[in-house]
Design a protein around this ligand. Structure first.
Ligand SMILES: C[S@@+](CC[C@H](N)C(=O)[O-])C[C@H]1O[C@@H](n2cnc3c(N)ncnc32)[C@H](O)[C@@H]1O
Length: 173
């Protein structure tokens, strides 16, 4: 369920977040933040009136993150990414602008990956994107069922080389 205990490198973080239009980002969601490698870089770029919601199934990570990130824009939720629509609504928003995922899609229990991909497509506003980093390119298969336009990249400067995908939600999707 964890996939890797090695945090993403600063090269992966920078490259993954580069296409985000931060001026137009009110709600940013992250799945599987673990110890929060991406959280500070996202908070550094996020608008003052923005919201960062991170969702992890491991309560120990959530406890740690709540203690570590004392920022009024930061919300750590103990739950599953499959419930993102309800979680975003519970925080007073209809949509997310961007969703970031470091989830190990291919090793999640049966049915969970497809459910997460579908809920993610539902929660993202038109013009927003699903940002995925993975050691395996299989994550793209889960995304492709819902996102017609997917950009891809590769980051060698990670402890394990990492595949990067950006699934864009177009207005007519
Ligand atoms: C590979 S770790 C992520 C590491 C971190 N994002 C980084 O870049 O260093 C995967 C995380 O996904 C979490 N996870 C697994 N299944 C999940 C689900 N259905 N919803 C949310 N988080 C989940 C695990 O608890 C773990 O923290």
């Amino acid at each position: 369920m964890v996939g890797s205990i090695i945090p993403s490198s600063r090269f992966t973080i920078r490259k993954m977040l580069a296409p985000v239009d931060w001026d137009r980002c009110e709600v940013f969601v992250e799945y599987g933040p673990g110890v929060g490698t991406f959280c500070q870089p996202v908070l550094d770029r996020l608008r003052r009136d923005g919201t960062l919601i991170v969702i992890d199934t491991n309560p120990l990570y959530i406890d740690y993150l709540r203690k570590h990130f004392r920022d009024s824009r930061f919300h750590a939720v103990h739950g599953s990414a499959a419930d993102v629509v309800e979680i975003v609504k519970a925080h007073g928003h209809d949509h997310a602008d961007y969703v970031l995922s470091g989830l190990p899609f291919s090793t999640l229990p049966d049915g969970v990956g497809p459910a997460i991909a579908q809920a993610t497509h539902e929660v993202i506003r038109p013009g927003g994107a699903f940002l995925v980093y993975q050691f395996s390119a299989r994550a793209r298969d889960f995304m492709a069922k819902h996102f017609r336009r997917i950009d891809s990249g590769f980051e060698l400067w990670n402890v394990l080389p990492c595949q990067l995908f950006w699934g864009w939600k177009d207005a007519d999707d």
